[in-house]
Write a protein that binds this ligand. Sequence first.
Ligand SMILES: C[C@@H](C(=O)O)C(=O)SCCNC(=O)CCNC(=O)[C@H](O)C(C)(C)COP(=O)(O)OP(=O)(O)OC[C@H]1O[C@@H](n2cnc3c(N)ncnc32)[C@H](O)[C@@H]1OP(=O)(O)O
Ligand SMILES: [Co+2]
Length: 136
Amino acid sequence: MNVSRVDHIGIAVVNLEESLKFYEDILGITCQGTEIVEDQKVKVAFLPVGDTELELLESTTEDGPIAKFIEKNGGRGGIQHVALRVDNIEEAIEEIKSKGYKMIDEKPRYGAGNASIAFCHPKSTHGILLELSERK
Ligand SMILES: C[C@@H](C(=O)O)C(=O)SCCNC(=O)CCNC(=O)[C@H](O)C(C)(C)COP(=O)(O)OP(=O)(O)OC[C@H]1O[C@@H](n2cnc3c(N)ncnc32)[C@H](O)[C@@H]1OP(=O)(O)O
Ligand SMILES: [Co+2]
């Protein structure tokens, strides 16, 4: 499995527009657009920071993973996951499973920006929600 970089840091936010204002102000950049990823029940915005990105995530439903994260975090947002860039998501999933670690996703799923993604279970990562992301 070849991990080339931190693809993004996933930050759960209660209100995307509000949070965007802060990050655009301090980073001095303008977000290039948002995307709704139905499968994950999120609306996301990416903000480039050096060779990685901040991914701001707002829940589109009451029961999605981001809504749950915020609920469990006392109604506040926070760092919800870290994503690593891999060159082959299928190989990465197979390698992790073959080593006996737990994947949330055993098959790649659609990720923002047309990435192929899969999440490793926090049980296996000792407490971090780790996303693997292959970009075309
Ligand atoms: C758009 C896309 C993209 O980049 O392209 C995205 O990022 S989508 C980003 C949003 N989508 C996702 O996060 C999809 C993957 N996430 C999930 O399937 C879920 O959030 C789980 C990670 C399974 C957690 O679900 P849920 O909270 O319902 O289960 P649970 O309460 O039983 O939690 C299971 C264990 O994981 C821990 N846990 C839960 N969320 C966690 C997080 N964000 N970071 C670290 N640990 C976490 C809990 O404390 C618990 O550990 P203990 O039992 O020790 O207390
Ligand atoms: Co992500």
